[in-house]
Every structure is written in C-alpha cells, then in structure tokens.
Write a protein that binds this ligand. Structure first.
Ligand SMILES: NC(=O)c1ccc[n+]([C@@H]2O[C@H](COP(=O)([O-])OP(=O)(O)OC[C@H]3O[C@@H](n4cnc5c(N)ncnc54)[C@H](OP(=O)(O)O)[C@@H]3O)[C@@H](O)[C@H]2O)c1
Length: 292
C-alpha cells in the first residue's frame, strides 16, 4: 500500500483502518480486538482511533497480540472536546496508557473548539518536542480554524481528517489543505458506520454511478470509492467488520479509474454530511464524555 509523507517527513500508510463503533459505539471487548487482528493479518498497518471511541484498550491488545514490532504500525488517536485545553496532557497520557504504548504516531484535535485551540495545540507541541508523538494533526478543522492555528503554531499541523465521500467532497477545504501541505484524510469514506444510524440505501456505496463503475471494473462499490480517494492523494480510513469488506478495502491495486471517471464521482457531491458539522458539533460533543 502506498505511503504519504507528511510535511514533517513522517510516513503514513495512505490506507488505514477506522475503528469507530466496531461491534457498537464505545465497545472495548474481545470482538473489537479480534476484528483489528483480522485487519492486521490482511496487511493493514495504520489504525485510527480516538479517546471518545472508547476502544483504545482493545486496539492496544490487538497491537500486543499481533507480535509486530511497534515501528511497523501507525497509530492515531485524538483529544476529545471535553479534554481540550489544559486537560490535553492528561488526556494524551490516558490514551497511551489504554493503548499500552510508549508513543503515538499521530495525535489530533478531534473537533475545533476555537476558544481552546491555542492551549490544546501548545500542549501537543510540548508532547511532540518530548517525542511522545511523531506528528501533530487536526480533525474537522475548517479553513478559519486552520488560519487561527497558523497565527501561533510553532509546529505546523501535518494532517486534517474530515468527513469526505462522494456526497461531500469539500473541494475548497481540500484545495486549501493541499496548498498548505496539510495531508487530507477522509472519514466516513463509504458513507458512515453504524454510529450514524444512516440507512445503507442513502449511502454512496449504493449510488447507481458507483455501482455501474464497480461492475465495469469488476470490483465492489466500496473499492471504487476508496480508489477515488487514493488516486487523488487522499488518506482514507474505512471501517469494516465483515471479513469480505476488510479484505476488499485492502485490495485496491489491480484497477485504475480514468480522469473522466474521477470527475464523474466528484460530480456526485451534494454537500451532504452524515456526521456533525464543525459549525455546530461542539454543542453536542460537550455532552459526551470519554469513557474510562
Ligand atoms: N474525525 C472524526 O470526527 C471521525 C468521525 C467519524 C469517523 N471517523 C473515523 O473514520 C472511520 C471510518 O468512518 P465510519 O466508521 O463512519 O464509516 P465508513 O468507513 O464510511 O463505513 C463503514 C460502514 O461501511 C461498511 N463497509 C465497509 N467496507 C465496505 C465495502 N467494501 N462495501 C460496502 N460496505 C462496506 C461497514 O460494514 P461492516 O462494518 O459491517 O463490514 C460499515 O457499515 C471511523 O471508523 C473512524 O476511525 C472519524
């Protein structure tokens, strides 16, 4: 699988494995560990979690049980809204403890909370200087949030993880990030997991154009969407529990979409969010606590 080099030189596998709501939201059990171990055995080396997913322990067990050297894995976690500001150092320490790791590869601010961004980022910069994390990044940051961070950051953000799929292409924000050498990573690339309550019939994986392209290329609809991301240089972190899905999502090398096909998929955009909107999400997020 291809590698993306972040603006600080750290390399990240372009395809990662999303871990939100494996089994169910905030489940941290043996089934979660087994699902992640299946992904590792298929070849995934990049895993995306967050304190609020409540499954860092299960990921940590999978890492240990895999027997792989730590440096062969790329692990991302995120600081939740309620733990931003001065709480960030403790939140980071608790994530490491739950994961049973000495360091993270990437640590993100999960959602922008402009009143806390400076304090949060300065704590993260200290963790970076102490080499407890190899790269710092953002999630759900709008252009205005990135402009805010640029006014004081000594360590430049390397990455912005945003909701991105054929129904929400966020072209302006993607172009802005690319111009500033901030890697774009796509969450809910297939139209979201069980946490969102969205019906399959409403997701881009069943869109007629995507299905038609899948038939033409002899692959699955999910593979078409992921390839659309990969060919345009975006990092992508699909979540899957079914073995067929875990396998298929990893097998993206044997076909290529034409420029015209990429453009057709781009044109499916309808600015439709399956998850929270950064303009308003904080109001709901602040009611959600990170489970111990
Ligand atoms: N930063 C943020 O705020 C944020 C927000 C949301 C998500 N995320 C991250 O992004 C990751 C991915 O997003 P997501 O979990 O919302 O959903 P997603 O990856 O868009 O979709 C997951 C759903 O698609 C199904 N699926 C997987 N592969 C498929 C395929 N090849 N064909 C058809 N269906 C397939 C899965 O089914 P099965 O599980 O049954 O196989 C599951 O129901 C998360 O796990 C998390 O790590 C970040």
């Amino acid at each position: 699988m291809a590698i993306v080099t972040l603006n600080n030189g750290v390399e990240i596998p372009q395809l990662g494995f999303g871990t939100a709501a494996i089994d169910e939201w905030q489940k941290d059990n043996g089934y979660v560990t087994d699902t992640i171990l299946k992904a590792i055995s298929i070849g995934y080396r990049h895993f995306d979690t967050a304190a609020v997913y409540g499954n860092e322990r299960a990921l940590g067990r999978a890492i240990r049980d895999s027997g792989l050297p730590r440096q062969e894995l790329f692990i991302t976690s995120k600081v939740w809204d309620t733990e931003q500001g001065r709480g960030t150092a403790d939140a980071f320490a608790r994530s490491l403890e739950r994961l049973q790791l000495e360091y993270l590869d990437l640590y993100l601010i999960h959602w922008p909370v402009p009143a806390y961004t400076r304090e949060t980022w300065e704590v993260m910069e200290a963790l970076y200087d102490e080499k407890k994390v190899r790269a710092l990044g953002l999630s759900n940051f709008r252009q205005s949030d990135i402009e805010q961070i640029a006014t004081f950051a000594e360590v430049k953000p390397t990455y912005n993880q945003i909701e991105l799929h054929p129904y929400l292409t966020q072209k302006k924000l993607v172009d802005y990030c690319c111009f500033h050498r901030i890697a774009v990573s796509c969450w809910s690339p297939l139209g979201s997991g069980s946490w969102s309550g969205v019906e399959t019939r409403d997701k881009p994986v069943v869109d007629p154009l995507i299905v038609e392209l899948a038939e033409k290329h002899g692959v699955t609809a999910g593979q078409i969407i992921l390839k659309w991301d990969i060919q345009q240089g975006r990092i992508v972190i699909p979540k899957a529990e079914k073995l067929d899905h875990i396998r298929a999502n990893f097998l993206l090398e044997d076909f290529e979409l034409s420029d015209a096909e990429l453009e057709k998929i781009d044109s499916l955009n309808r600015d439709h969010r399956f998850g929270g909107d950064p303009d308003t999400a904080h109001e709901e997020n602040r009611k959600v606590e990170v489970p111990e």
